[in-house]
Design a protein around this ligand. Structure first.
Ligand SMILES: C[S@@+](CC[C@H](N)C(=O)[O-])C[C@H]1O[C@@H](n2cnc3c(N)ncnc32)[C@H](O)[C@@H]1O
Length: 252
């Protein structure tokens, strides 16, 4: 089985108790972090937003409140996570789709903003995922990636890692009901890039402006990538012809 299928099956297994496990493992902070991430998307209330790896829809719901006259599309490849998302549905402006974020089924420049919550670690090819997000965003739009991080301060990193690699699998196993899954999940941080390296990957994928915001001393990170603005005077043939006509001398 390829890594993507392993990840999808894992989330199918833990979907039923995923939200509760998250709340317990983060002491309820996960909801606050999702709201902070959504607050970084600056769009009018009729915007069209994308939540990648939407899971049970927690972040998509925050976005839906932000764009009451717009639309939110949540995409995830786990059918069971999407079942929970649809069952949680109290929002007429969210559409859930099953699909892989490495090949997004949307036209170029389709969305006004995008988010991803606690999922980049699980994606098999981070560069391909970032390329896809940038492709479907309109010029001047932002993508916010909320993720677990690697604190720079040695003492805090040790304390956090002790919790993340030792306490959390036991807690997750007890509350989430699947010990093997919650032993696997923290391992996805081991080979994940640190905050600077992830910023670099955003830039490599063509995000013009990249900012990183650290929460909890870097245990949680928010990367904001903004696509380049469309040029004010596009250098098309038509624009040149128009400019020549505008500046042509008046007939004698
Ligand atoms: C840890 S959960 C996060 C769910 C949600 N974003 C949240 O904030 O709670 C990770 C999600 O990523 C999804 N996922 C991982 N790789 C994916 C891919 N390549 N395409 C679509 N979904 C993917 C999993 O199915 C799972 O629902």
């Amino acid at each position: 089985m390829d890594k993507g299928s392993v990840v999808r099956d894992l989330f199918d297994r833990i979907a039923g108790r995923y939200d509760m496990a998250n709340r317990v493992m983060t002491g309820g902070m996960d909801g606050i972090w999702r709201r902070q991430a959504a607050a970084l998307i600056d769009v009018p209330n009729d915007a069209r937003l994308l939540d990648l790896c939407c899971g049970t829809g927690a972040l998509a719901q925050v976005l839906a409140r932000k764009v009451p006259e717009g639309e939110v599309v949540g995409i995830d490849f786990s059918p069971k996570m999407l079942d929970i998302a649809r069952a949680n549905q109290g929002y007429s402006n969210i559409r859930y789709l099953q699909g892989d974020v490495l090949t997004l089924p949307f036209a170029d420049a389709y969305f006004d903003g995008a988010t991803m919550g606690f999922s980049m670690r699980n994606v098999v090819d981070i560069g391909a995922c970032l390329d896809e997000v940038r492709r479907v965003l309109k010029p001047g739009s932002s993508f916010v990636n909320l993720e677990i991080g690697k604190p720079a301060n040695k003492l805090w990193r040790r304390t956090f890692y002790f919790y993340f690699y030792n306490v959390l699998p036991t807690l997750g196993g007890l509350v989430g009901g699947d010990k093997a899954a919650y032993r696997y999940l923290p391992q996805s941080l081991v080979n994940f890039p640190d905050a600077d390296a992830l910023s670099q990957l955003f830039k490599t994928s063509g995000f013009a402006c990249v900012q990183c915001i650290l929460l909890m001393g870097g245990a949680v990170t928010m990367h904001v990538g903004t696509t380049a603005q469309a040029p004010k005077h596009p250098h098309t043939i038509e624009a040149h012809v128009r400019a020549l006509e505008e500046h042509a001398p008046a007939p004698a």
